[in-house]
Write a protein that binds this ligand. Structure first.
Ligand code: DX5
Ligand code: ZN
Length: 215
């Protein structure tokens, strides 16, 4: 599967409706929404009211990436706001299995996210229960950072684990994705690529999305 999920973190917030409509028109598959709490990551972005507003205009699934501590407290609120996929960090989830079950009970798809330093093998007892695993290819907190090269190896290892455990989990990669690494990541086993600054800083955003999808 080759899906593209533009990250709205790099959109122009004074023209959010315009940028949402651009993604609606484009070949992008999902909206990626980065929620940061200033505790789990050293930055604060946006939360539930903004996601509710995006939901009213977006015609594609909302992939919500929670970079927050105690994500289990807010699952139902994000689901009500319109999240179709809820990503929680492995590092922020003491009782990850319970949190994944709660996400699924809410009706959303459940995803687990790994920071760059977190090894793939730590997912061996949860990979069969998730709809997706997200490999962070930058340290979470900011758009526009440089892709960490080791992430491609992690995608390959994750693909092996998924096959070994008979899991149906998709693999998503987030951070520093552009035309220089997209094809390699898809070839390594990635199903979904998140891209923020590369798309929104380009002069023809729809064409950039088309190129990434064709990688
Ligand atoms: C980083 C976020 C990413 C970010 C990607 O903490 O999770 O989704 O917006 O932005 P780029 O593509 O600019 O690295
Ligand atoms: Zn993200």
């Amino acid at each position: 599967m080759k899906l593209i999920a533009p990250s709205l973190l790099s959109a122009d917030f004074t023209c959010l409706a315009r940028d949402i409509e651009m993604i609606n028109r484009s070949e992008a598959d999902w909206f990626h929404l980065d929620v940061m709490d200033g505790v789990f990551v050293p930055n604060i972005s946006f939360g539930i009211p903004v996601i509710e507003a995006v939901r009213r205009l977006a015609t594609k699934p909302l992939d919500v990436h929670l970079m927050i501590v105690q994500p289990e407290k807010y699952i139902d609120a994000f689901r009500r706001a319109g999240a179709d996929i809820i990503n929680v960090h492995y590092e922020a989830s003491t009782h990850l299995h319970r949190t994944i079950e709660a996400i699924r009970a809410s009706g959303a798809k459940a995803a687990v996210t790994l920071n760059p330093h977190t090894p793939v093998h730590l997912l061996e007892n949860i990979i069969a229960d998730v709809d997706m695993a997200l490999v962070m290819s930058v340290n979470p907190g900011f758009g526009g950072q440089k892709f960490i090269q080791n992430s491609t190896e992690k995608v390959k290892r994750l693909k092996e684990l998924i096959l070994q455990k008979n899991s149906a989990s998709l693999i998503e990669v987030d951070g520093g994705v552009d035309s220089s690494n997209a094809a390699t990541l898809f070839a390594a086993g990635a199903d979904v690529l998140v891209s923020g600054s590369y798309i929104f800083k380009s002069t023809d955003t729809e064409q950039t999305i088309r190129e990434l999808k064709g990688s």
